[in-house]
Design a protein around this ligand. Structure first.
Ligand SMILES: Cc1cc2nc3c(=O)[nH]c(=O)nc-3n(C[C@H](O)[C@H](O)[C@H](O)COP(=O)(O)O)c2cc1C
Length: 399
């Protein structure tokens, strides 16, 4: 994780002193920390100590003209690779879960497009209170990751869950989130589909959609960087392929399915292509001409093969089958239904009613059999990186 940077939000709890050590442990590993200290946090550790350890100024005030001119709160929240909240107070958790932003820390947490890791620390009864349980549940569903709290003696004299994770545990959690360890997917074969398909009507016309292929290309690149032997099966798009993947270009849905089946067996299949559901039943050999009576031709559509369902039920089924659901309505309900119906392990669902198709950013939900995560809007490269981190984790847990 050398060269990475984190934004550390230090909340107002006794455990704030451990965050000073966290900064040192990160620095030893070549990770730069920039800190936001809440007003309450400054009662527990001084801005001077934090600043001396980060080697940077400490950000504390949302309304400071100097801070805003040097680095505005939005930029501050996005400049890092990861946002870490340690200690995460009941207050900070509740504010983020409720969407409140009345100081620099809570505003940065709402504004960030980077993953968030929280290290909660609080009295055991606070941690077990229904409100904090509710906040933790909402945050987990929103894609926030947690480390701790641990069981143990507390500063308040009680015993139970609520002690902040130790600095080295937090470092390990950061490491896991920041990096797909080089070679985490070494020895695994991945198959990625991307882009639209084009379904010919005649030699010059076709049915297609607006998919740019950017998300699938970014996923193929991230899988290859994690060490997977990656084959990218792409419909017609204009972007340059990543240098470290094997590219197979196809045009129609049937060609895409055949190319996928030819690449089996594989360990991982990420089906992000926007495959045309239907094709014209007849593709004319020569250009369809206007007739003299100007009667428009009737086009009959027939269903294309379902690539995701076919791979998910294949005798050489990849160990992990991930589908994409591009929806304009009822995104979550449709994605949950699609996962079950098609036999996929995970579905990455996104609302494509805006300019997601063709754009550089995406806001997705990761649906598995056990959970639903709602990721904040981020670049397609960051979505790819985060998805591959989850894939790598899944394969590490299984092996
Ligand atoms: C001595 C003392 C210790 C505290 N420890 C914690 C704690 O460990 N966890 C927590 O959630 N709140 C704790 N609080 C309460 C928070 O400081 C308080 O909720 C504050 O508003 C949190 O602000 P922040 O979330 O902006 O940092 C403590 C308060 C005091 C006076």
């Amino acid at each position: 994780m050398r060269g990475k940077s984190i934004l550390l939000v230090i909340g107002g709890g006794i455990a704030a002193y451990k965050s000073l050590e966290l900064i040192r442990r990160l620095a030893e590993r070549g990770v730069k920390a920039r800190a936001i200290l809440t007003g309450a946090g400054a009662h527990f550790v001084t801005p001077l100590s934090v600043s001396a350890l980060t080697g940077d100024k400490v950000y504390a005030d949302l309304f400071s003209l100097t801070d805003e001119s040097e680095m505005g709160h939005i930029e501050l929240s996005r400049a890092a690779d990861l946002v870490v909240v340690a200690p995460a107070t009941a207050d900070l958790m509740g504010k983020l879960a409720a969407g409140l932003a009345n100081d620099l820390a809570s505003t940065a947490l709402l504004a960030t497009d980077k993953p968030i890791l929280m290290a909660p620390a609080m009295n055991v009864r606070m941690w077990q209170s229904p409100s904090v349980r509710r906040s933790a549940g909402i945050l987990a569903r929103d894609g926030v990751q947690f480390v701790g709290p641990n069981d143990g003696d507390m500063a308040c004299g009680e015993f139970g869950p609520g002690r902040m994770a130790e600095p080295l545990e937090i470092v390990a959690a950061i490491e896991k989130m920041l990096e797909v360890r080089g070679g985490a997917l070494d020895g695994f074969k991945a198959l990625v589909t991307a882009g639209p398909t084009q379904e010919p009507l005649d030699p010059v016309r076709f049915l297609a959609n607006r998919s740019s292929g950017k998300q699938g290309y970014a996923i193929a690149d991230a899988l290859a960087r994690a060490g997977a032997d990656t084959v990218l099966i792409s419909g017609p798009v204009e972007i340059a392929p990543p240098s470290n993947v094997t590219l197979r270009k196809v045009v129609t849905a049937r060609e895409m399915l055949a190319a996928c089946e030819a690449e089996l067996p594989a360990d991982i299949a990420v089906m992000s292509a926007a495959v045309a559901d239907w094709r014209p039943d007849i593709a004319a050999n020569s250009k369809i001409k206007k007739d003299t009576e100007h009667k428009a031709p009737a086009i009959r559509l027939i269903e294309n093969p379902d690539i995701l369902a076919t791979l998910a039920r294949h005798k050489n089924r990849p160990r992990l089958v991930v589908g994409f659901a591009a929806e304009t309505d009822d995104v979550l309900a449709n994605a949950v239904g699609k996962r079950a119906r098609k036999g996929a392990d995970w579905i990455v669902a996104n609302d494509v009613s805006g300019n997601v198709m063709g754009g550089d950013r995406n806001q997705v939900h990761l649906i598995t059999a056990a959970s639903q995560e709602h990721w904040p809007e981020m670049s397609k490269t960051d979505v790819a990186h985060r998805l591959v981190q989850q894939i790598a984790r899944q394969f590490q847990e299984r092996s």
